[in-house]
Structure formats: structure tokens, C-alpha cells
Design a protein around this ligand. Sequence first.
Ligand code: TRP
Length: 370
Amino acid sequence: MSSSSTSSLAPGTASTSKPRVLTGDTPTSTGLHLGHYVGSLENRLALQDEYDCYFLIANVHAFTTLAEKPEQIRANTIGIVKDWLAVGLDPERSTFVLQSEIPAIAELTFFFAMLIPFNKVMRNPTLKTEIETKGLGETYPFGFPMYAVGQCADILAFRPDLVPVGEDQEAHIEMCRDVALKFNQVYCGVNNRTPAERHHLEGGVFPIPRAKIGRVARLAGIDGTNKMSKSLNNAIFLYDSAKDVQKKINKITTGRQSPSEPGDVNNILMQYVDAFIASTDPSRAAEIKRRYGAGDNLGDGHVKQELGEAINALIEPMRLRREKLETPAGEALVLDVIARGVKKANVVAEQTLALAKKAMRVDFGGRVVG
Ligand code: TRP
């Protein structure tokens, strides 16, 4: 992609002419699982060459539910970076961003909070689901719903074109788009009939980012009903041993009685065949589904065995790389990757903040601290 414009407003012009990607994970736990993989990690891996990628560790957001567990958040933060490295996210090509060290994100959060109606935040379906599944009841802190506004700032601070996420995050990306549209209209004079994709060409500070949903929008957990999630105890982790992977797969229940019983080709087992066998061997996956549906002598046990092998083949290299990082040298590498990423990320985020403040007429020459 070549950039014909030298305008500092165009996306992707800071250090490279590639369009940008931003996405991230919250270190409320370490241990990414297969749901993360098919929902977002796989897209991140595929986008690393064509895009200028920013991967954010939302450690400030982790405080919205774990404020009393700072040690745990710190350990999870380091764990997430190790997971990323193990999966193949590459800090030489992409920038790893530690949210707490990017002051522009916090500043933009406050400004953006003025552009979203309070009730709209409280109706955000992703937040509502989280309140339910995490059992937060009425006790969550003020900062909990605020994180949805913060997520708009995480994204817009980097003026990305694409945000690869799982389907569960779509409501957040929609809110982020609303904020960017509103900002460009209110402070940059962009006409309210201007289509989203033309905003940054017509003077808007922010390109309107698009969500990119993964190949499998929503991977069910091994319980077959809920979304795969650590807190629901239904996840297969990228670092699970080969034996544990097979054990977890074997626990899946379909209610099918015998290999000659026509099976439901949309059941959880078949969803996993689509997710993890079709990706490498589509004809085998089609064959499994045909025979399963027809009750053509194909037992659940056999499918589970093949599925376990396919998943293990996928995650084995990740598991090995992850193990190697469990050393003092691995820890030092992580800290170095964070330090380098923070430096690069702050250059872009500060540029964005300056552009936003100028548009908002909060342009008083910036600050000198110390
Ligand atoms: N809320 C996201 C999650 O829990 C993590 C996240 C934080 C994020 N900031 C982001 C994702 C910005 C995409 C873009 O998975």
C-alpha cells in the first residue's frame, strides 16, 4: 500500500506506509485458549506482514475486576506477552503496547467519555454479558463500565484501520466507531453525511476502524453451550499438555449412542471439526461430517481422537516455545519487548493526542514536565 498523501492525518503514515491494526487482550488471566486463537490470534498472525500491527495488553482494564490483586495482574501481564511470543506474534514486526505506560490513552479516555451518552455505555451488550457471566452483580466499580470508553481510546490512539477481535467484542468496536464519527463531526468539521470510510480523507483526525471477526466467530467451550472461557472452566488452553487436550476433548458429550446413529452435523464435536480439521484438511473434514450425519460407522470416540490429534498438532509448537520462555532469560526478554514497544507506541499515541487536542482547541503548546 503506498500512501500518496504526506498529511499527518492519514492513517499509517507515522513510521511506515502500511495500514494499521490494533487489538489486544486483558490480563485478567494468563493462558490464552483456543477461542482466542480462532477468534483473533490467527488473524493477528496473518496480518503481521501486511499491516503495521499494535498489540495491546490492557493491564489498566484488568484493575476493573482485579483491583485488589496487583501481583496477579503483573504476573498475568508477563504471561500474556509470553503467550503472544509462543503463538508467533513477532515484536520485530509488530509493536507490543503496555496500556499503563501510554498516558495518551488515559487522556483520550476522559475526552471521549464526553462524546458518549452514559446510558448508551450502560446498555452496551458486551458489558452486560460480562456483568452476568462474571457475577459482578451491583458491586462493580465505577471504572468497570468506564473501560468500554477506555477501549475506544486504546483503539483510536493508534488510528488503526482494522481491529481483529472475536465476535464478543463487536459492541465495543461499534461504540468506538460512534466515538470516532462524533469526534470528527464535532471537532474536525466532517459533514454528518460523510460515509465512514471517507472521514479521515475529509479532515477527520480518526479513520473509522472496522472490526475483523475471526474465522470462527464464537467458539463454544467443551461444555457445548457457553462461549469458551477460562472462568467457565470449559477451555482448552494453548499450553495444555497433549494428554490434557485429549482428556478435555473426550469429555465432550453429544448424546449420540452408536457409530451407526445419524449424528447432528452442527453439534459441538462437528463445530470443532470445522474449526480445527477443516482448516488444514477440508476434504477430511467434509468426509467426517458426511459419515457422521449419515450414521456411516463413525463413532464419537474416533472423531474425538482425530480432533485431539489435530489440535495437538496446532498447539504443540506453541507449547514448546512457551516452555522455553519459563526461564529468567525468558522473563528478561519479555521486559525488553515491553520497553521497546512502549517507546514506539508512545510516539504514535502522542501524535494522535496532539492532533485530537488541536482539533478540540486544547492547543496550548503541549506540556513540559519536570
Ligand atoms: N476488551 C478486550 C477483551 O477483553 C481487550 C481489549 C482491550 C481490546 N482494549 C482493546 C481489544 C482494544 C481490541 C481493541 O478481549
